[in-house]
Design a binder for this molecule. Structure first.
Ligand code: UDP
Length: 261
């Protein structure tokens, strides 16, 4: 395994709450915090925690360890919000795709009081099917003129081609690296490779490239607003049903562990 970057104690982050023993950082404005990290060139691994990932981490201590080492863990899913609500913590959901999109939009915004123009922040997309990754980048180029996407790489590289890709990242030193390989592949990949670009913000974005490329769609807002995004996901990708059994299992655990503690 490649060298792992040790987690820095960060005084700008509140003490994390926990969800099934995993850390979760609760703060009003994740975007502002990430922009601050970019400005100070502080490397960050962002994990977007949902019920499915929490259940996977229960069964996979290595994944749990990676989540513990991430600088920022955000409440991506309705299940996590439900878990915290049961414990008296009212939290707004922050879907990873929305935080990543906000960061991409922000990447071209001027920095107030910056000594010299350091914008735009450079961006790299890694993951998704070959056409998907490129189409996602093109859609962002059209959406945010001036965005500096310095490279894309689909998520189906052979192991033999990895070293060259790692060298590319090392040379480019992008400021923002979005990795969409699915859970837990993307979390492990980031943990093992973030030393290549130690000052970057790395975010595991799951299937976000598919959404931005237009090959999949997000649930309509009325479903999202009612914590039912998973219903739409199941309708769009019925083959996920087995994986999605983790959701009722998570909800059951959330209730039982609350009652017993
Ligand atoms: N993917 C990839 N390489 C792989 C396996 C998957 O790039 O070896 C991509 C896949 O094309 C899709 C994303 O990873 O774009 C997984 O999306 P999903 O919505 O399943 O993510 P999850 O729910 O696991 O976060």
């Amino acid at each position: 395994m490649a060298e792992l970057v040790e987690r820095r104690p960060d005084e700008t982050l509140p003490k994390p709450a926990t969800v099934l023993g995993l850390p979760i950082h609760l703060m009003p404005d994740y975007l502002a915090w990430l922009v601050q990290q970019l400005q100070h060139q502080q490397g960050v691994h962002v994990v977007t925690l949902n019920a499915e990932m929490a259940m996977q981490a229960e069964a996979n201590p290595e994944l749990a360890a990676v989540i513990h080492r991430a600088e920022l863990v955000i409440p991506d899913g309705a299940g996590v919000v439900f878990y915290l609500a049961l414990r008296g913590q009212r939290v707004n959901r922050c879907p990873g795709i929305e935080l990543a999109a906000a960061l991409l939009t922000q990447s071209v915004a001027p920095i107030p009081n910056a000594p010299k123009p350091t914008q735009p922040y450079s961006v790299f997309f890694y993951g998704g099917a070959p056409d998907v990754c490129e189409a996602a980048a093109q859609s962002w180029q059209a959406r945010v003129p001036g965005i500096a996407i310095v490279g894309t790489q689909d998520g189906y590289l052979s192991p033999d081609a990895q070293p060259q890709f790692q060298q590319t990242l090392k040379t480019l030193q992008p400021n923002i690296i979005l990795v969409g390989l699915g859970v837990p592949r993307q979390e492990f990949w980031i943990a093992e490779n973030r030393h290549l670009c130690p000052n970057a913000v790395w975010i595991g974005v799951g299937g976000s490239f598919d959404i931005w490329a237009g090959t999949k769609t997000r649930a309509p807002s009325w479903l999202r607003d009612n914590h039912l995004e998973w219903v739409y996901r199941l309708y769009q990708e019925p083959w996920r049903w087995r994986r999605m059994l983790a959701l009722p299992q998570f909800a059951w655990k959330a209730v039982v562990t609350r009652v017993l503690n």
